[in-house]
Design a protein around this ligand. Structure first.
Ligand SMILES: O=C(O)c1ccccc1NCC(=O)[C@H](O)[C@H](O)COP(=O)(O)O
Length: 257
């Protein structure tokens, strides 16, 4: 699947039309999740559809969802901007950035400097970089140019071998451990437990994907995660607020909104 997505990205990059620059102040994702609003940080994702689940949320109002995440004390927001596989759009990110006050991460498949510049222009505070999509050296280049532009990076790995290889080239401040196997689409929190052992002391790590309830939250927290990245379970919840409360075990019998 990843290979198919990356082939699409290469075609998109070849015809990329650079947007005008949006004037925004940049916010730190690292600081937000270092000092989270709850026992561990929450990056709440705006995700309409996915390759594994198809359409997740029919009534999809990206800015309203993002504002509700912020009101429910999410620490940061992840916005899927890929159109073909996730039904996202880069305009969603710009609109969300203008209407919220917490860090906004661009979640896409970023493999080229032009996409870094595009992310900067649309107003992203941070971008996702995925190990294995380009060489570790190329990933480091993208990481450095993002930082030079004032954006931070969440560097995602799917295997212990990917992280150890990456660490021979550079040490990301923010490491994402994705619990989803991109071949089978199945998720396992054991991924977080296995890979966590390799995370260097100075880095914060985020457990991503397949987190649906408080038991999951406690499990990845025990493994050392500083934050979680959650999409589907929040998008399927009756409201973002109820979804977040459910996730952190904050629901009481009289919780109605
Ligand atoms: O979500 C997918 O099906 C998917 C497929 C292929 C590549 C990436 C994919 N998802 C990106 C993500 O990492 C998730 O959107 C994110 O971690 C949130 O996951 P979840 O809470 O399980 O929606």
């Amino acid at each position: 699947m990843l290979e198919t997505i990356l082939n699409t990205k290469k075609q998109e990059i070849a015809t990329l039309v650079m947007p005008e620059s949006t004037k925004v102040e940049r916010r730190s994702l690292y600081q937000a999740i270092k000092q989270p609003n709850r026992e561990l940080g929450l990056i709440a994702e705006v995700k309409k559809a996915s390759p594994s689940k198809g359409l997740i949320r029919e009534d999809f109002q990206p800015v309203e969802i993002a504002k509700a995440y912020e009101a429910a004390n999410a620490d940061a927001i992840s916005v899927l901007t890929d159109q073909q596989y996730f039904q996202g759009h880069r305009d969603f990110l710009t609109a969300i950035k203008k209407e919220t006050n917490i860090p906004i991460m661009r979640k896409d498949f970023i493999i080229d400097e032009q996409q870094v510049e595009e992310s900067f222009r649309i107003g992203a505070d941070a971008i996702l970089l995925i190990a294995g999509t380009v060489s570790d050296e190329e990933l480091f280049q993208l990481y450095q140019s993002s930082h030079q532009k004032g954006m931070e990076c969440l560097v995602e790995v799917h295997a212990a071998s990917e992280l150890s290889s990456l660490l021979t080239v550079f040490t990301p401040e923010l490491i994402g451990i994705n619990n989803r196997n991109l071949k089978t689409f199945s998720t396992s929190l054991a991924q977080t437990e296995d890979i966590a052992k390799l995370v260097p002391e100075g880095s914060l790590f985020v457990s991503e994907s397949g987190i649906h309830g408080y038991e999951d939250v406690k499990r990845v927290q025990k493994a050392g995660a500083g934050a979680i990245l959650v999409g589907e379970s929040l998008m399927r919840a009756e409201s973002p607020n109820l979804g977040i409360k459910h996730l952190f075990g904050e629901l009481t019998h009289d919780s109605t909104s």
